[in-house]
Design a protein around this ligand. Structure first.
Ligand code: DQQ
Length: 543
């Protein structure tokens, strides 16, 4: 067995073995959630890709479906069944049927788009899929490279009944990333909307896995179906455009307005356009995709979290790649220009036991081991009293770090720091100067593994803290080799992979620490130990 064998996650989605990358076509149909994924069934690294398939009643406990949903078995996807999205097509009696469009890499490695429908729509598990005779339904237009044209979005429907989808691409001469638009009445025959882009950004390079959806920007927030242009209460609706930047392998999103007449998206703030503005996650998180959950009226995000060990480690472990916890996404009514991401409520069904306390003062230099908190599966929620401006100034304009050590060995030889760090910056303007406070959230991997060959690069990001907010909050989800950190109620998120060698299972501990020169107050601390979800295959006989 490999050194990292015990680092497989126990409540994040992973395939039974081998390689997984992007989440594909998440959907809800007749009582089941479905998740498909980019899967190499024969090796623990990327190669000839098929679509794996899993179903769940709660997005937490997954069952693997056999056979694979799609494999490369036609000339138009011979080099891989790549990423795609599902659209729920309305049928009579208020029923719907899923249609999936995905990218096939052809026998000549040209990127084309193909459509599949369920073979039997009365099978709730949607086990078998039929590639339609008309495939490929979309081929690359002449002005883009044939290998820069992939990952169709979920379609949205306009007033005239036409379906529109976006496909990520790249105009090489100007290095312009863009989303092309195609339209169809029947989901089978598709036309390019000529001379139009949903959006484009010069210098951003190839856009992969574009995602585009409406969100409620004022009033009672709920998720919205992808075709909605109005909220239930008539409150303001904005749109989110996300692209996965092939150059940097980062997922950026921008919030703005969609003009359904001109089919264009315009960011609210050009300084927050794609590649300049916000990322979903400041750690490892790529090729993400949302879907609308009609059951609980919310929008759910999945992202691919890759490994940061070596390819040889992955081969030895026999697996590579994990999906993030499903995250609910909505508009941040406080910053008014960014999103909130929050692990879905259903995670509570996995809570085993709880360690909690309130109002503990962490003196300068303390490291407090949380008694009874042994284990490598946690959902930790805590808040700190916000240090005052005077405190930060007294500390020479920098305050901290203070936070938590997770996956820590007994002697702190191995641990991962998740912490806040505050600075006061002097800003000089023409005539005035003033102080500006900045708050950072950091997943510090410097000491997370005694193995020296794994990538232990630290992840950090800025968190917006409003003056009226008097607490700094953290939620940290720990699952053996994953740390998902949600700062300030999900305003800023960082996901990291770690490969401890001794801080494993019952030898892993939690600590609180404070390296500021002044005390820090923990207002509330709760740590819930998480049970295993025991993913397994559906037994075809008992279905
Ligand atoms: N992964 C897929 C592509 C997509 C890329 C291939 C993003 O469709 O562009 O496995 O990770």
């Amino acid at each position: 067995a490999s050194a990292f064998a015990s680092l497989r996650t126990n409540f994040h989605f992973q395939p039974p073995n081998n390689w997984m990358n992007d989440p594909d076509a998440p959907l809800y149909y007749n009582g089941w959630y479905h998740l498909f994924y980019q899967y190499n069934p024969s090796e623990a690294y990327w190669g000839l890709i098929s679509w794996g398939h899993a179903v769940s009643k709660d997005l937490i406990h997954w069952l693997y479906v056999q056979p694979l949903a799609m494999v490369p078995d036609h000339w138009y996807d011979e080099n891989g069944v790549w990423t795609g999205s599902a659209t729920m097509l309305p049928r009579e009696n208020n029923s719907v049927i899923p249609a999936i469009m995905y990218t096939g890499s052809t026998n000549e490695s040209v990127q084309v788009q193909n459509v599949v429908f369920p073979k039997n729509s009365s099978d709730d598990l949607l086990v078998e899929w039929t590639k339609i005779a008309e495939n490929p339904v979309v081929t690359p237009p002449t002005f883009v490279n044939v290998t820069d044209f992939r990952d169709p979005t979920t379609a949205w429907r306009g007033k005239n009944g036409l379906w529109t989808i976006a496909i990520g691409s790249h105009f090489r001469p100007t290095h312009t990333g863009m989303a092309l638009l195609y339209q169809s009445m029947d989901f089978v025959s598709w036309e390019l909307l000529p001379d139009k882009f949903l959006h484009s950004v010069d210098g951003s390079g190839m856009w992969e896995c574009v995602d585009f959806y409406p969100i409620v920007a004022s009033g009672e927030w709920t998720g919205l179906d992808t075709s909605s242009v109005m909220s239930k209460e008539g409150g303001e609706v904005k749109h989110v455009l996300k692209a996965s930047m092939d150059d940097s392998k980062l997922d950026f999103y921008s919030i703005g307005k969609y003009d359904a007449e001109s089919f264009t998206f315009t960011p609210d703030d050009t300084d927050l356009d794609l590649t300049r503005g916000y990322r979903y996650d400041y750690g490892r998180f790529y090729a993400s995709k949302t879907f609308y959950d009609p059951l609980l009226q919310r929008r759910i995000l999945f992202g691919w979290i890759n490994e940061s060990d070596t390819r040889q480690d992955d081969v030895n472990k026999g697996w590579s790649g994990v999906q993030s916890m499903p995250r609910q996404v909505w508009f941040d009514n406080i910053t008014k220009d960014s999103l909130i991401q929050w692990p879905i409520e259903e995670i509570r069904s996995l809570y085993k036991r709880n360690i909690s306390f309130t109002d503990v003062t962490l003196e300068s230099g303390t490291r407090i081991k949380i008694e009874g908190a042994k284990g490598a599966q946690w959902d930790i929620v805590l808040s700190f009293a916000k240090p005052s401006v005077e405190c930060i100034l007294q500390e020479n304009y920098t305050f901290g770090p203070f936070g938590v050590y997770v996956l820590s060995s007994e002697d702190l030889q191995e641990y991962t720091g998740v912490y806040f760090y505050l600075i006061m910056e002097s800003i000089y303007n023409k005539s005035t100067s003033y102080l500006s406070q900045k708050t950072f959230i950091i997943n510090d991997l410097t000491r997370s593994s005694l193995a020296s060959h794994v990538d232990n690069g630290t992840h950090g990001a800025l968190v917006t803290i409003k003056e009226e907010e008097d607490e700094l909050t953290l939620r940290i989800i720990v699952d053996h080799s994953i740390i998902e950190t949600f700062a300030q109620g999900g305003r800023t998120v960082i996901t990291s992979r770690v490969y401890p060698t001794i801080a494993l299972d019952a030898s892993a501990n939690l600590y609180l620490f404070n390296d500021a020169h002044q005390e820090v107050i923990v207002r509330q601390f709760e740590a819930y130990e998480i049970s295993n979800t025991n993913m397994h295959y559906i037994n075809p006989l008992t279905r």
